[in-house]
Ligand binder design. Sequence first.
Ligand code: NDP
Length: 286
Amino acid sequence: MTVSSATVPTLTLNDGHEIPQLGFGVFLVPPEETQRTVEQALEVGYRHLDTAQMYGNEAGVGAAIKASGLPRDELFVTTKLDNGHHLPDDARRTFAESLDRLGLDRVDLFLIHWPLPTRYDGDFVSTWRTLVELRDGGGTTSVGVSNFEPEHLDRIIEETGEVPAVNQIEVHPYFTNEAARAADAHHGIATEAWSPIARGGISGDPTIGAIAERVGRTPAQVTLRWHLQRGDIVFPKSMHRERMQENFALFDFELSDDDIRAIAALDQGESGRTGPNPNTFDLIRG
Ligand code: NDP
């Protein structure tokens, strides 16, 4: 089946803007291979790109966007504030640098990458205020957060009255992260599920494999479809064109409610995480 970018549904964020529910992530795509990789993803049909200052590959994303010749309004571009840049002046300065590297005068979404509750005297609120200011200045259409736990969300909303458009958190069959998803839903925040296929870890799973065999799809497709039917936004990463195509072909089959429940039952709680716990993660690269 040929899938066109028009097939990808959009969700409406709480600020009224639309986001494609399926995109392409570039975590761990080496800077020197990013342009080629993103060009391939755009050829396959992806129109939503997820990068970050921390990934060191914004320039490659920007080069691919430029080379594609695609109209700006057909693309949805997200980047994220690095952990070392939470102070308001650093956030403003490095946001401008991100736009420069991306070759854009505006991104669609800018996120605080990690809350870092043990850094900056626990003050992620002034960082959040700065992102809101950047949005109001027109540099980013929407603003949101990433890796925010329910208590972090409560705090920024209570102290600023500004509700993030999205919360990008780890979610996959082995770490379904229901508490954070429920907090997002409670506030009307869209959940973006990072590492949606557990970094490839779902490939040999017997439960997912059995469903995949029954519906005639691959384990990755079944898992990505599971996210979409639960209403989350995903942007799987791959450096292989055939996998980019596989991960994009999600719109001509459906999982049953029983399938959705069986996959959710694979949750292993805290031990299912592939990444760090946001309450203790404090990495700042020098
Ligand atoms: P994913 O769950 O998307 O898995 C990517 C891995 O799975 C790669 O090793 C890839 O290998 C492999 N893979 C891709 N497609 C398939 C397939 N069809 N079958 C089998 N294996 C496959 O992990 P990511 O951590 O990359 O998460 C996705 C995106 O989420 C990131 O790129 C980033 O944009 C975002 N993210 C955000 C974080 C945050 O803190 N906000 C943290 C982590 C990720 P190969 O490339 O060789 O094909």
